[in-house]
Design a binder for this molecule. Sequence first.
Ligand code: NDP
Length: 231
Amino acid sequence: MPGTVLITGCNRGIGLEMTRQFAADGWRVFATCRDPAQAGGLHALEGEYPQLEVHQLDVTDYDQMAQLAEKLGDQPLDILVSNAGYYGPKGTLFGRVDREEWRKVLEANTIAPYMLAETFCDNVAASERKVIAVLSSKVGSIADNSSGGGYIYRSSKTAVNQVVKSLSVDLRERGISVIALHPGWVKTDMGGPNALISAEESATGLRGVMLGAGMDLSGHFMNYDGSEIPW
Ligand code: NDP
């Protein structure tokens, strides 16, 4: 078997497509989502690929995360993909920011990816490839911000970029490569119908970057096409 991957937010969008592609390539996939009963597309894949297992995980429920870790035991994870994300209210302009929503977005996009890495880093360290990949966004790049606004989502992704950088330093001696990824502007519920690329194209590119992520890429912010994005 080529390897084992755990992915969050697999019931739709980029997570579902990454799940499909890893499974089709023969990977063992722990595909997680917060409401398996509603995840029809994921269960269809489960029927097609016997090495795919669906597990419940709300990434902001840290007790549930610990229970999943217990279930997995010392199962090595070649790639841990923190994909689940929440945009929050659209168009958070200056003077129109919902603080409660901001806290929710930070929980899902910043704190949860850190907790996922902390919870499963022993499984990653026990694997061959040893990669932790976090779906960030180019709008979290400070260098890229010329249009302002988007306080909630932008800040959550900027903050998770810093999480990635610190993890890359802290986990380097265990041989774990930690990368931040921009998936492109992708036609999903989050990206909307006017986005530039399909989930299939994005997932193909993201997987290429993850599969090539040695220690030289650790602590870097990479586009789905393999180019580097300035922090
Ligand atoms: P979607 O909105 O299509 O899907 C989001 C996924 O995250 C869903 O599976 C959703 O599950 C899951 N999710 C949200 N909150 C939680 C939670 N608390 N616990 C578990 N799962 C959760 O987004 P995309 O597929 O487009 O995005 C995937 C990642 O890529 C995100 O991190 C996003 O920020 C990032 N990204 C996307 C871009 C795009 O253009 N699409 C651009 C840049 C970055 P549920 O159905 O239960 O809500």
